[in-house]
Design a protein around this ligand. Sequence first.
Ligand code: ADP
Length: 308
Amino acid sequence: AYYNIHRLQTTQLKQLKAEHENDIELLLIRDRQLSDINSRLMRSNQDLESSTKMLIKKDRDLVAANQKLIHIDELKSDFVTTVAHQLRTPLSGTKWILSMLSKGEFGPITEEERQYVLKAYDSNNRMIILVNELLDIDRLENDKIQYVFGETDLFAITDDVVVELSPSVGMRGITIKIEGRENPFKIVADGQKIRSVIQNLLDNATKYIPNAGEISIKIEKDEKQAKFTIKDSGIGIPSRAHEKIFTLFYRAPNATQTETDGSGAGLYLSKKIIKKHGGDMWFESEEGKGTTFYFTIPFGLKANSKER
Ligand code: ADP
């Protein structure tokens, strides 16, 4: 019996040893696998470290490039502003000389000569508008536009703008009608800025209209707001261009074909000015038939100056 027990124990021991050896084998395999994983992790870690270093360097490069771009942008904007300012004075001088020439104030001129002078006057006026638009874009982008709200007469401003345009407009046989005078009223607004809006709308109406076309302006009010409407019998705006009309520098294809003068900045700026007054600007148009632009200015704005 003792012998049998001994044999049984020996067999069990052998079995245990075998199992133990198996376990050791497994552990060794695991150990090898673990060290494998570990070395892979170390490699990934090194990769990560070098990627991070590269990213930090790229980030630094980007910051430097960005600063350089900001600096170039400032230089560009300073350059545009300086040039625009410098152009303003000689352009205004030319405007008055051309106006006097066209009226024969320097001596009589023939009708043909007068027409050439009026063409020059027209182009000069457009250049003044463009220069002012460039200055306004710069001011707007750099938050430098200051609004001076005061008592403003939309009728007087419109008359002023029409008189300024009238020599060339008359020459082309375009008629301009102004309605609403029987119910005069005043609003509180930035008169200079509203003047540039009306000037832009009227300039567009005369630009995108054939000779002998008609422009009618209506100035009216209800209890809440003043409303300005300008309707022309011009080339109209193609429906696919409607949503882009107030985008900076956008010009519809039929406009660029008709009239090369134009920046596509006027309406963008005009709508910003009207929005700043708490009003709105929109239009209705059909290609080939004509266009109507509208803007509103709410009543009840507070004046920070006596008048426009
Ligand atoms: P632009 O200097 O080109 O006139 P605006 O910003 O004043 O720039 O107008 C943007 C575009 O809107 C014009 O290029 C033209 O396509 C269209 N547009 C504006 N007013 C009229 C109009 N009265 N008739 C036809 N198209 C117009």
